[in-house]
Every structure is written in structure tokens, then in C-alpha cells.
Design a protein around this ligand. Structure first.
Ligand code: PMP
Length: 316
């Protein structure tokens, strides 16, 4: 770590020093309109002296799907990207919770017009510290946004295209200016879609309910993991279906989930109290189990964790 940033990042096929990775200012513009990215997290386990990347394979598989959909060619095999990420974490001597962001974008767009952008793809992977907020007691309030979630016949919500995020940004800004922490976006049919950077789950009568992947949501890896944990390990009935706005107001528990959001309890929606303003019991149980799975203190789901081997020597 130097000057608040890691020593290395990975760019154009190799690990490089942070300072070396620059592009010309005229590349600002079209280069990231079609860009796709991943948000991956690694968790530090102080007892094991090890860093664990959560569902690395699934994240890279989604990156490949995102690139396919926006027609960016992938120049590197997934195995090479896996190794690049592990090498980067080792070289940066990462000993704390970390966010890993691969970004595939169009290179050489300088001076080009919208219609001229070719398919030169470039790939950057950088890391930054991102401490977990699990088990810290963080809660949020939410507002149902006046912005609708982009629909699949407008832009592809199921992938991580950077342009999609303008939709969530507008909703998030509106919510914060109106005095809420986050936003819930409805889909084109007026049913619940998701939050700006997270999926939404609710509990009613002991059942865990969440919109289907056809409800204009990202194909979330955390959502998938939590549905498995709830069903398999906690014996909770899980229902994927359309969710009405008013169900949010009447829910016993509501939380957002995602790589960055982890599990974030929502204690009020549009100023309706949820569960008396406190995180509910199912949210708490899931949060505990998810924490232990992520950090590597739970023996099950070991296949979801890639140990980095931070103690291993790294070639200069
Ligand atoms: N929806 C959106 C729009 C997101 O950006 C994210 C974060 N990647 C999620 C949901 C949650 O997805 P994941 O669990 O794969 O991080």
C-alpha cells in the first residue's frame, strides 16, 4: 500500500505498478459506455492468517457473460484472470477485507464517434480496501424510487454494464436528497426490481421472498448464495416471485444483499416501520451464517472460497 492505493494493479495482460497505468485524457468518453465490470470481495481471516475470495469462479463466469452480451472480445482465459487476481492480492500483501474490480472496456476510442467504436477490448483489475459491515449493526432506510428500473428490452439489467448504473445513481441520489439511505426501484410492470447496487429480500410469515431474475435485476451471486444458505442450512422456505410495492410496507423483515451491500437490514420503507425498526430474526441468522461462510470460519460451503495464499512469496 502506497499513498492510499495498492502498489500493483493488473492491466493489459500483466501486473504493473499503479503509477504506470495511465491513459490519455481524450480517451474519456465512449470508452466506458459499453464497459462491463465485476465486483468481487475477499475476506481476511485473522485466525487462519488467510484471505478468502468469495465465489471467484462465479464472478469471472458472469464477467464472461457480460462481455459476450456487450460484444467485447475476451482476450484471456478465465484461468489466467483467476491467477492474475490471486497474484495481485499476494503482491499487494493484502491483509484486510478487499474489493476486487475487473473492468473490461473499449480501448482506442480517442477521437472516435459513437458509431465508430470498434471492439478493441482492454481489461483492468484493481483492488481497494473495503471493510465488511456484517455484524456491526448497520441498518438503512429506503424509499421506493420515482425512477423505474431499466427493462431488459431497454438495456440488459442482468449484466454489470457500467451504463446501467446511471439508472441506480439517479435513484440513489433522489433517495438521499429526500432523506433516505437507499432506493428500491420498481420494474416496468410496477413490481419490485432491486436497489441501486443490491438485490432486495423480504420476510413474510417466516418465508424468504425475493423477485425472480426476470424482474429486471442483476443476476446476483449474493442473492443466489443467500437463497441456498436459507434453504439448505437454515431450513427456511424460499420463494422467488413478483413482489408488490405494498408487500414491502407489510413485510416482517426487509434487507438488501450484494457484494458491497453484503446483508444490510432495512428498518423502514417510505417511512413505514419494518419489524419495529429493528433487524429481524431471519435477517440476523442469515447475516451470522453468511459472515462465517465469507470469512472462512464455517466448514460448509468451502467450495465458495478461494484461499489466496497471502503468506506465499511473490516474484518481484
Ligand atoms: N444489483 C445490482 C444492480 C448490483 O450492482 C449488484 C452488485 N453487484 C447486485 C445487484 C448484487 O449482485 P452481487 O451479489 O453479484 O454482488
Amino acid at each position: 500500500m502506497a499513498d492510499g492505493h495498492p502498489t500493483y494493479l493488473w492491466w493489459k495482460g500483466e501486473r504493473r505498478r499503479w503509477e504506470e497505468a495511465t491513459v490519455h485524457v481524450t480517451d474519456l468518453g465512449w470508452s466506458t459506455v459499453g464497459a462491463v465490470f465485476e465486483g468481487i470481495r475477499a475476506y481476511w481471516n485473522p485466525d487462519a492468517g488467510e484471505l478468502f475470495v468469495f465465489r471467484l469462479q462465479e464472478h469471472l463466469d458472469r464477467l464472461v457473460r457480460s462481455m459476450k452480451l456487450v460484444r467485447l472480445p475476451l482476450e484471456y482465459p478465465v484461468e489466467a484472470l483467476t491467477e492474475a487476481i490471486l497474484d495481485l492480492l499476494r503482491a499487494n500483501e493484502t491483509r484486510g477485507d478487499t474489493y476486487i474490480r475487473p473492468l473490461a472496456y473499449a480501448a482506442n476510442t480517442s477521437g472516435k464517434r459513437f458509431a465508430q467504436i470498434g471492439n478493441d477490448a482492454e481489461l483492468l483489475i484493481n483492488t481497494s480496501a473495503m471493510p465488511s459491515h456484517l455484524l456491526t449493526g448497520l441498518t438503512q432506510t429506503a424509499k421506493v424510487s420515482s425512477w423505474r428500473r431499466i427493462a431488459d428490452d431497454v438495456m440488459p439489467p442482468r449484466i454489470k454494464n457500467l451504463s446501467n448504473y446511471r439508472n441506480g445513481q439517479l435513484a440513489g441520489q433522489e433517495a438521499r436528497l429526500d432523506g433516505y439511505d437507499t432506493a428500491f426501484l420498481l420494474d416496468a410492470q410496477g413490481k419490485l426490481a432491486e436497489a441501486p447496487g443490491a438485490c432486495v429480500m423480504l420476510v413474510r410469515d417466516g418465508r424468504l421472498i425475493t423477485p425472480e431474475v426476470t424482474s429486471s435485476i442483476l443476476e446476483s451471486i449474493t442473492r443466489d448464495a443467500l437463497l441456498i444458505l436459507a434453504r439448505e442450512s437454515l431450513g427456511i422456505e424460499v420463494v422467488e416471485r413478483q413482489v408488490d410495492r405494498t408487500e414491502l410496507y407489510l413485510a416482517d423483515e426487509v434487507f438488501t444483499c450484494g457484494t458491497a451491500a453484503e446483508i444490510t437490514p432495512i428498518v423502514a420503507v417510505d417511512r413505514y416501520d419494518i419489524g419495529g425498526g429493528e433487524p429481524g430474526p431471519i435477517t440476523r441468522r442469515l447475516e451470522r451464517l453468511f459472515h462465517d461462510v465469507l470469512r472462512g470460519s464455517e466448514d460448509r460451503y468451502v467450495h465458495w472460497r478461494t484461499p489466496v495464499g497471502v503468506a506465499a512469496p511473490v516474484p518481484a
